[in-house]
Design a protein around this ligand. Structure first.
Ligand SMILES: [Zn+2]
Ligand SMILES: [Zn+2]
Length: 131
């Protein structure tokens, strides 16, 4: 664990944030990406593991996830490798290359100096983690 406990987002947290922001359950994603029942079960188990940071999706699986919901592979790589300083909205997981849109269809921007909450989520009453 990092000594900075206030707002560390893991790669698994990021996948879960982006999945929930898209409005999908784990079963929903498995249903979208796999045709056969058995494959769906396997995929749902994998996705649960990734979100719990027990394992990391392969590049091929990462592309599969990207086909199911919006996920920034650059941010994801930064989180996996702990290289760089990824800026992620703590409420929905959006980032500079992967903005969400408000009710007026405007792309979000950063609402906080720390770049941890976007304008859309701030308007909707979300708060950065730990605030
Ligand atoms: Zn946003
Ligand atoms: Zn947001």
């Amino acid at each position: 664990m990092s000594l900075v406990v206030t707002s560390e987002i893991t790669a698994g947290d990021y996948i879960a944030l982006r999945r929930r922001a898209a409005g999908f359950s784990i079963a929903d994603v498995a249903w979208k990406v796999a045709k056969k029942f058995e494959d769906r079960r396997v995929f749902a188990n994998l996705l649960s593991e990734w979100e719990a940071d027990l394992s990391v999706p392969s590049p091929a699986y990462l592309r599969t996830l990207q086909n199911a919901f919006r996920l920034d592979p650059y941010i994801f790589r930064q989180l996996v490798t702990s290289v760089g300083d990824p800026r992620i909205c703590r409420a929905r997981g959006c980032s500079a290359l992967d903005a969400c849109h408000d009710d007026a269809h405007r792309a979000c921007a950063w609402a906080t100096p720390a770049h941890d909450l976007c304008t859309t989520c701030a308007i909707r009453g979300a708060h950065p983690r730990g605030a």
